[in-house]
Design a protein around this ligand. Structure first.
Ligand code: ATP
Length: 713
C-alpha cells in the first residue's frame, strides 16, 4: 500500500533526502484522496494501510454502523500517530549525539589544520609533542628508542577518547621519566670522610663500620667492580636502615628505599603486563622513576618478609635483580623492555636469616647487627638520640636536660628491646611534654603593665643574685623576651623520676620479675630468639590427676611440641632410676596429667632450643625445688639427654643481660659463639657450659641437681 508514505519515512534513523522527496509526493496524493474519496471509505483505506492484528481487522469489518466504524478508525489512527511520534523522538536524540562527536572531530581537525597553516608550534599546548620532546631527552638506548617511537606513532593516530589512549600515554610517560642514562655525579671517594660520616651518625658497630669501609675502598679502587650485595641482619631499631643511608651519603649517591615487607605477588617486583587493566610497573622500576638517577643506593628493606603463594614467588624475581650477571637487562613485565640495573648499589635488610631462600641468601653478604648492651644504648642516647630528639621538637639543652641516670631508668624500666627505637620514642615523649611547657610559657600571657613592671625587676634581681628562678615566676616574665631567655639559661627543665612517671606512666619492667616468677617450683627461665632479637622466656609446668597425658599451651609450633614430648619422656624414663616415683614429690608415673605453658600466649613460639628449659621445669615440678632466679638457659636436648648447640646465642645473652640475669647455661658446642658477645657483657656474667642434661640440672638448682643423691649417673 503506497499510502504508508503519508506518514513519512520513519524506517530511516536519520534525516535523508529520501524522506523529504517522498513527503512531498505523499502530501499531494493525500490531498487527491481527501477530495475524491467519500469519508466512510477513507476510514477503510487508512485502516487497511496500518499494521493491525487480524482480530482488529475483523472487528472493523464487523462495524456496519458508520459512526462506530469511523470512531474505531480514529482510535487506530491515533494509536499509530503516537508510535510515530515516539520513534521520531528517539531518532532525533541519536542524531543529536552523533552529530556532537562528529562536530568535535571536525573542529579538532580544523584546529590542527589552522595551526599547521599558521606554523604555530606552541608545544606547551600540544601534550603529545611535549611528551615526544621529553622522550628525546631521556637518553634511551637505540633499541628502546625505536620501540618508544613505534608506540608514540600509535598514540598519535589515536583519538583521546579512544580506549587505550590513556594507558599508552602513561606508558610513554614512564619511558620518558626513567633514568636511562642520568646518574648522580660520583665525587672522588674520601675514605677518611666516609669513616667520619659513619662515626658521626652511629655509635659503636665497629665491625660493621669496618666492613662498610672495606666495601667502599674496593669501590674506590675499582668503581665498576661488581661488589657483593650487603645484607644487614638484626632486630628492629639497631640502625640497619640508617647505616644504608649513610653508605649512600658516603658515596655521594641518592638513596631510595623499597619496602618488601608483605610482598607476596611476583608482580610487585616485576610489574603487571600491560594487557591488564590498571597494570603498573614493579616496585624497583617505580623506585628508579622516583629517584630519577640510574645509580642510586637502593635499600631492599625487610627482604625476609617476602612470601610466595599462587601469585608467584617474589624472591625468585629478586634473584635476577641481585645477580650482577643478569641485572644489566632486568625485565619488568609492564616496561616490556630491558632496564640496566647494574649501576645500582643494592643493600638489603632483614630481621631474620631463616626465611630468606638460600639461593637469594647466597647472593648477599650477611652482616649481622646484634642488639645493643644497656651501656651502648646509654651512649647512643646521650650522643645521638637526645640531640636529634631535641632538635626535632624545637628544643635545646638550654630548655630541656635529660640526665644520664634518667636515660638509664628509661632503658632499664621502660624499654627491653634489642635496638633503640622504643628508647627514642620515649625520649621523644619527654621532649613533647617539655615542648608543651615551653610553648605555654612562650605564649605571651597578656600581662598588665603593672604586673610586668613589678615582675621584671624581681626577676632581674634574682638572676643578678645568681639565684634560681622558680617556676611560678615564668608567666610573669614571658612577655619580656630577654628575661624569658635569661630564665631559660638559668633553669632548664630537668627530667626527674616524677616527670618520667608522669609522662611515660609507671615502669613497665622490673628486675625482680624473674625472682618473683620462679618463686614456685615448676617454673624455669629460658632464652629464646625471635624476630625482635633475644628474649627471656619463662616455662611453667604443673601436674594434676589424670591419665598421664601431656597438655601444651602458648601458641606452640610442631618442633617445640616435640621438644616437650622428649623432655617428659626423658624425665619419666629416669623416674624409677632416680627413685622419684616413690619420692615425697609428685608421682611421675601414676595417674598424672602434665600441663606445660609458655606465657605470653599470644606470641607464636617454635624451635628446638627450649629442650633443656622444658626438662628443668619438669624436674623442678616433680622435685618441688625452685630453680635459681639468677640463671637462664638455652639448648636443644636429644632423647638420650645430650645437649646440642642452638642459634642466636649472642642475642640471647644480650637479652639475659638486659633482664639482669647473672648466669647463663649454654650448650658446650656454642662456646665458639661467645667471641661475638661484647666483652663488657661477658665480664658481668657467668657462662656455664653443658654437654649433657645432667650438667644443666646441676647448675640450674641451688646446691646442684635435686636428684643427684639418688642418681647413678
Ligand atoms: N648505633 C647507633 N647510633 C646512633 N643511632 C642509632 C644507632 N643504632 C640505631 N640508631 C637510631 O635508631 C633509630 C632506628 O634505626 P633504624 O630505623 O635504622 O633501625 P632498623 O634496624 O632499620 O629497624 P627495622 O628493622 O625496624 O627497619 C634510627 O633513628 C637510628 O638513627
Amino acid at each position: 500500500m503506497e499510502d504508508v508514505d503519508t506518514l513519512g519515512c520513519y524506517t530511516c534513523t536519520h534525516a535523508c533526502t529520501h524522506t523529504n522527496m517522498q513527503k512531498q509526493k505523499t502530501e499531494g496524493r493525500t490531498k487527491v484522496l481527501l477530495e475524491t474519496v467519500p469519508v466512510h471509505k477513507l476510514a477503510d483505506i487508512f485502516v487497511a494501510s496500518f499494521e493491525i492484528s487480524f482480530e482488529e481487522q475483523l472487528s472493523m469489518l464487523d462495524s456496519v454502523d458508520l459512526k462506530v466504524r469511523l470512531s474505531k478508525a480514529t482510535e487506530l489512527v491515533d494509536r499509530h500517530l503516537q508510535s510515530i511520534r515516539v520513534a521520531e523522538k528517539i531518532t532525533q536524540k541519536v542524531e543529536g549525539q552523533l552529530s556532537k562527536s562528529q562536530k568535535e572531530f571536525l573542529l579538532r581537525q580544523q584546529m590542527r589544520a589552522i595551526k599547521e597553516e599558521l606554523g604555530d608550534n606552541d608545544d606547551d599546548e600540544d601534550d603529545v609533542a611535549a611528551l615526544e620532546r621529553k622522550m628525546q631527552s631521556a637518553g634511551m638506548p637505540s633499541n628502546i628508542w625505536k620501540h618508544a617511537q613505534r608506540e608514540l606513532r600509535r598514540l598519535k593516530k589515536m583519538q583521546p577518547q579512544q580506549p587505550g589512549y590513556n594507558s599508552s600515554r602513561v606508558y610513554l610517560e614512564l619511558l620518558a621519566d626513567l633514568p636511562w642514562q642520568k646518574a648522580s655525579e660520583e665525587h672522588e671517594l674520601d675514605l677518611k670522610a666516609a669513616k667520619e660520616h659513619l662515626d658521626s651518625d652511629h655509635y659503636g658497630l665497629v665491625k660493621v663500620k669496618q666492613r662498610i669501609i672495606e666495601y667502599l675502598a674496593v669501590r674506590k679502587l675499582k668503581p665498576d667492580a661488581r661488589g657483593p650485595v650487603l645484607c644487614f641482619v638484626g632486630p628492629p631499631g639497631v640502625g640497619k636502615t640508617s647505616l644504608a643511608s649513610s653508605i649512600a651519603a658516603a658515596l655521594g649517591r641518592k638513596f631510595v628505599r623499597i619496602s618488601l615487607g608483605g610482598v607476596k605477588d611476583e608482580a610487585d617486583i616485576r610489574g603487571h603486563r600491560r594487557t591488564y587493566i590498571g597494570s603498573m610497573p614493579g616496585r624497583l622500576i617505580d623506585g628508579l622513576k622516583r629517584v630519577a638517577v640510574c645509580n642510586p643506593v637502593m635499600l631492599l628493606d625487610e627482604i625476609d618478609k617476602t612470601g610466595s603463594d599462587v601469585r608467584g614467588d617474589p624472591a625468585s624475581a629478586l634473584l635476577e635483580v641481585l645477580d650482577p650477571e643478569q641485572n644489566n637487562a632486568f625485565n619488568d613485565h609492564y616496561l616490556n623492555v630491558p632496564f640496566d640495573l647494574s649501576k645500582v648499589v643494592f643493600v638489603a635488610t632483614a630481621n631474620r636469616l631463616q626465611p630468606i631462600p638460600p639461593p637469594l641468601l647466597d647472593r648477599m653478604e650477611v652482616i649481622e647487627l646484634p642488639g645493643y648492651t644497656p651501656e651502648e644504648k646509654l651512649k647512643i642516647a646521650m650522643r645521638h638520640l637526645i640531640p636529634r630528639v631535641l632538635e626535632q621538637h624545637g628544643l635545646s639543652s638550654e630548655l630541656l636536660q635529660i640526665p644520664e641516670a634518667m636515660v638509664k631508668h628509661v632503658i632499664q624500666r621502660y624499654t627491653r628491646e634489642a635496638g633503640v627505637r622504643h628508647l627514642e620514642r620515649n625520649l621523644a615523649a619527654l621532649a613533647r611534654a617539655a615542648a608543651v611547657r615551653v610553648a605555654e610559657q612562650e605564649q605571651a600571657v597578656p600581662l598588665s603593665k603593672d604586673v610586668h613592671r613589678l615582675a621584671s625587676p624581681l626577676l632581674e634581681n634574682r638572676l643578678a643574685d645568681g639565684g634560681e628562678v622558680e617556676m611560678e615566676v615564668i608567666p610573669m616574665a614571658v612577655n619580656n623576651h630577654e628575661i624569658s631567655s635569661a630564665f631559660r639559661i638559668a633553669s632548664p627543665l630537668v627530667v626527674d623520676e616524677a616527670m618520667l612517671e608522669k609522662v611515660l606512666g609507671p615502669p613497665r619492667f622490673d628486675d625482680r620479675e624473674a625472682a618473683e616468677r620462679v618463686a614456685t617450683p615448676g617454673v624455669s627461665v629460658g632464652l629464646v630468639w625471635t624476630a625482635f632479637g633475644g628474649e627471656v622466656q619463662f616455662v611453667e609446668a604443673t601436674a594434676m590427676v589424670g591419665k598421664g597425658e601431656l597438655h601444651l599451651t602458648g601458641q606452640l609450633g610442631d618442633v617445640i611440641k616435640e621438644s616437650a614430648q622428649i623432655a617428659l619422656t626423658w624425665v619419666r624414663a629416669r623416674a624409677t632410676d632416680l627413685k622419684l616415683a616413690a619420692s615425697e614429690g609428685i608421682s611421675l608415673l601414676e595417674g598424672r596429667d602434665v600441663h606445660i605453658h609458655f606465657p605470653a600466649g599470644a606470641v607464636p613460639k617454635d624451635g628446638p632450643s627450649a629442650g633443656v628449659t622444658l626438662v628443668t621445669a619438669l624436674v623442678s615440678l616433680f622435685s618441688q625445688q625452685r630453680m635459681r632466679a639468677d640463671t637462664a638457659m638455652t639448648g636443644e636436648m636429644t632423647l638420650r639427654g645430650l645437649v646440642l648447640p642452638v642459634g642466636g646465642v649472642k642475642d640471647k645473652i644480650l637479652a639475659a643481660h638486659r633482664c639482669g640475669v647473672k648466669r647463663v647455661i649454654l650448650p658446650q658446642r656454642n662456646l665458639k659463639d661467645l667471641v661475638e658477645v661484647p666483652t663488657a657483657v661477658l665480664a658481668n656474667m657467668e657462662i656455664l657450659l653443658a654437654k649433657r642434661m645432667e650438667d644443666v640440672l646441676e647448675q640450674a638448682f641451688e646446691g646442684g641437681c635435686p636428684w643427684r643423691q639418688h642418681s647413678k649417673l
